[in-house]
Design a protein around this ligand. Structure first.
Ligand code: GLN
Length: 480
């Protein structure tokens, strides 16, 4: 059983036919991950004991003739900003280098309840701030498709693990594009669900009004199955939605004829020629599937980057205040006084990007600037949301590139935060509006670098996105 070739359906079939045991699968996945990890640095930790125990529970259930669950035996990697009981969770930060959480995130609990095997924790930008995975305190991740390039970020480790074939699927988190952009850079599928669709309980907070947990997988169907297991109301997260979770598998009928797909003109500017060429092919494929493409406009798109970087830094400055040297493990050993404990712990513990955001966020929330920046950004956020709501009166879904460019070289944008922020120019609008958005592979550039197509849907429109994305994939979208 080659982990890189498995899908969730093939695992289900093999387990039930007794051609393999969950334990054998988990051992093979752990072995492959151990062997392959030095090439990418995708995993920060392999949770061997936990994985084997979970696999044994699946085998025991099968032996008793019980249903071991829809994700039985599926090796899944989990981003290291999602807490795991008894398994170190660092958020890519020195500050949490030794933090062992006392509880599981709801999403992890639900994955395991569905029979999945949590293999390990994946590398990410520190507290999920970044677009390249270079902000991790534990070294960057390399893109398995092109090792001199970044895998994207901040869920770069999760995307790389799936692309490299060490995990069948993974959980990531997306605040402004952190699932979709790495999925596109590594050539896998990734979904940022509707805000509130998946409980954030146990997701270490970056920007609470934007953060979501979502799936990455080698195909759309597997991403849908992962979402199925983790979605739904959770009493422990008051922002999780009561909306019932539909049957996502049933939505993938392959029938997309007559769907109206909006093509917003603001999203087709500034693309590299190779990305533009792939988008042309994607549009032609959608037309050949019977979709009706409509040119639309989302006029406030130009304000998305400044709006996002005000809202997310404001929330981050507040959320990150808890890392003070008193709670959560690390404390600067040089600190003598109380004031030194705070300043040295934070000064030495946080990386440059986190500090930049804490300072920016504190500034935009400060008396005198609050109205000019934070309040204004909230108003702009509403305008961006209204653009989408108006568009969804005319179209069923919206298609855009995920990123203006494919994976860039390690170090290329590190000294220029503004250039780095532009990686998310097409993903943060759906984040600000709370909308679901799916990244599906859309072929490769002549250099062999993956390109992603983003499909944005109305709130709770995941079934439609899966239907469209799966049809696109089945029609050869991935090898355009
Ligand atoms: N790259 C964006 C940022 O740095 C998005 C990160 C994310 O979605 N977590 O904020």
């Amino acid at each position: 059983m080659e982990i890189a070739k498995l899908t969730i359906a093939s695992i289900q079939e093999a387990l039930r036919a007794r051609r393999v045991s969950a334990r054998e699968l988990a051992q093979e996945a752990l072995r492959t991950a151990r062997e392959e990890n030095p090439k990418t640095n995708a995993y920060l930790l392999l949770a061997e004991d936990r994985a084997l125990r979970a696999a044994e529970a699946v085998d025991a259930a099968l032996a008793r003739g019980e249903d071991p669950g829809p994700l039985a035996g599926v090796p899944v990697a989990v981003k290291d900003n999602i807490v795991t009981r008894g398994v170190r969770t660092t958020c890519g930060s020195r500050l949490l280098e030794k933090f062992v959480p006392p509880y599981d995130a709801t999403a992890v609990e639900r994955l395991e309840r569905a029979g999945a095997i949590v293999l390990g924790k994946t590398n990410c930008d520190e507290f999920a701030m970044g677009s390249s995975n270079e902000n991790s305190a534990f070294g960057p991740v390399r893109n398995p498709v092109a090792p001199d390039r970044v895998p994207g970020g901040s869920s770069g480790g999760s995307a790389a693990a799936v692309a490299q074939g060490t995990a069948v699927a993974a959980l990531g988190s997306d605040t402004g594009g952190s699932i979709r952009q790495p999925a596109s850079f590594c050539g896998v599928a990734g979904l940022s669900p509707t805000y509130g669709r998946v409980s954030r309980y146990g997701l270490v907070a970056f920007a609470s009004s934007l953060d979501r947990i979502g799936p990455l997988a080698r195909n759309v169907r597997d991403a849908a199955m992962l979402l199925q297991a983790v979605a739904g109301r959770d009493e422990r997260d008051s922002t999780s939605a009561f909306a019932p979770v539909p049957d996502y598998q049933a939505s993938m009928t392959g029938e997309v004829r007559g769907l109206r797909v909006g093509v917003p003109r603001e999203y087709f500017q500034g693309l590299t020629p190779d990305t533009a060429a792939q988008m042309e092919k994607a549009r032609a494929l959608l037309v050949s599937l019977g979709c009706e493409l409509r040119g639309i406009s989302l006029p406030h798109t130009a304000y998305a980057i400044p709006c996002y970087y005000i809202v997310c830094t404001a929330e981050a400055s507040s959320n990150l205040a808890r890392y003070d040297g008193v709670r959560y493990t690390w404390r600067s050993p040089q600190a003598g006084t109380l004031a030194e404990m705070y300043s040295m712990t934070r000064g030495q513990g946080f990386g440059a990007e986190c500090k930049r955001r804490i300072m920016l966020g504190t500034y935009v929330l400060s008396a005198g600037y609050y109205d000019a920046y934070y309040l204004k950004a909230q108003k702009v956020r509403t305008l961006i949301t209204r653009d989408f709501l108006a568009a969804f009166e005319q179209v069923d879904a919206i298609a855009t590139p995920v990123s203006p460019f494919p994976a860039f070289r390690l170090g290329e944008k590190l000294d220029d935060p503004l250039q780095m922020y532009l990686s998310d120019i097409f993903t943060i609008t759906a984040s600000l509006a709370g909308l679901p958005a799916l990244s599906v592979p859309c072929g490769r550039t002549p250099e062999g670098l993956p390109v992603g197509l983003q499909l944005i849907g109305p709130h709770f429109g995941e079934p439609l996105l899966f239907r469209l994305g799966e049809a696109f994939e089945r029609a050869g979208g991935g090898s355009l």
